[in-house]
Write a protein that binds this ligand. Sequence first.
Ligand code: AGP
Length: 607
Amino acid sequence: MKITAPILNINNLSLSHIMCGIFGYIGNKTNAQNIVLDGLRSLEYRGYDSWGIASLLNSGKITVTKNTGKIGNIKLESTFNSNQALGHTRWATHGGVTVRNAHPHLDCKHNLALIHNGIIENYESLKKKLIKDGHVFRSETDSETAVHLIEEYLKTDSLENAVFKAFNQFEGLNAIIVLDASSRSFAAAKNGSPLVIGQGNGENFLASDAHAILPYTNKIYFMDDSELVTINNKAIRVVKLKDKSVKKHKFQIINWKIKKAEKGSLPHFMLKEIYDQKEVLDYINRHQSEDIIKYARLISESFGSYLVGCGSAAYACLAGTYIFSRIAKKHINFSVASEFGYLVDFLTPKSLVIGLSQSGETIDLLDALKKAKEKKAVISSMVNVLGSTLYRYSDHKLLLNAGLERAVVSTKAFTAKLAYLLLIAFQISGRLRQGKKELSLAIKELDAIFNAEFLSGLKNIVNRIYNKEHLYIIGRGVSYPIALETAMKIKEASYIHAEGFAGGELKHGVIALIEKGTPCIAFVPNDETYFDTLSGVMEIKARGGYMIGIGYKNNNVFDEFINTQDCKSASVIPNVIIGQLLGYYLSVRRGLDPDKPRNLAKSVTVK
Ligand code: AGP
């Protein structure tokens, strides 16, 4: 696939602070509110505390619909026509999750509607002054300050000037879109949070993610930081926030093949994405040799490589250190991204820093890479979202090709990372063909796992442990990050307190937590860790733990055993997929929604 994503000016790399989805439409269609609702649905993974849409009516009035909770299957009444609307899905920071605090926010005269991503750090002083000047606030948010400040400047200025003056007063990293009923136009400004503009035929779109716009147009402009855009259905004007000089903006034709994520007859995206893994891994194994060879060369030629990521991506990085050591006989460093900034002193221009990420928008990772860039290190990424900030920021990139992930709990992007790391390590050791053979074993093993009888065995185990409060998971070697990742899936999806440990660490403290009946999972693949892990299992068993083994060979110490074939170095893949399935079934058994766990968002852009 040919990729035409713009290069990001590194001086303009901003670090956004809040995870919301925003979408705006202006054009010749008369159901703007429904177009925005559809756009928000595809962005809901960015935040799902509450949502709202403001539509401009033919009469010049703005009408607002807001709600707490997820958008779900809601349909908007079509009792009015509108060809300009904007909407927002919220992940609350300032002010609780209430209808009042949901965006859009209106000015005093209901002539402006505004949506905001970010935190206006100096909002309290601005708000105080605005209240003194007679403005009436209706929410507890920092965001509402923006709409009143713009209203104030609009008394004497054009929309562009008003937004220019207001936005330049905000401290922090922010992105706003304001709908102005009088001029029937939008103004948007950003200094943080991605903002993308799409130009269609007699219509324009704004969104926080290009994929939300691509169903309508592939003519895309990725706004840089410190830019202000004014848009009506005919014209788009971009100026710099520094001095209001006009920027000649260029639209890119984006030829991404976005496969619409549909869960079909399956009850959840998480399950659908777990099943997708067979196809994803097969694609990587068959078609990605060129990228793998290039990336292997990059790592081989660098003087010190560092794998950096957050959450599940960090566990993939940690797995990478074991994979590279064992297969490529190469040392590669690892740090969770939020800690990497404290470790950069030893980086040189010859260092290679590899960011792993599904979304490509994770603030801690972008922040870490920015610090590495300041040290002139080479930045590369393995990222799933084409055109994301990380993708555009990297000197070298490798697309994960896992397809759109809709469930907040990441699954297929994780195993795609593992597959690439395995194949790159094999390529470095001159044995790519062997790597592919081993990966094929894992892909074949997925047929056995996604089989009804096997899954019903997993569900039986889940029935026996779903009401437990704590669960511990052990593994050694590369199964240690797999234990961490399994714990993460279980925590996120089922809210059971699950902790993963290096098997050897058990006796250094954790074993104090084991009581009669405490469920524990042990990964026991056919590798050098088998017997050592088994001794840990015996120690847990001796203290009354309820032992669940996952591996190639049963042992009578296990109370339950989940059998997976030996897939050599690729055994990590079926093993972690069993961890994902346990997380999924535990969630469903506990009556939860595995696609949208509480307090989480898909794209973590909060520091
Ligand atoms: C995974 O299930 C989590 N939701 C989370 O840990 C995630 O992996 C992390 O936030 C990093 O996200 P990224 O891959 O998009 O950078």
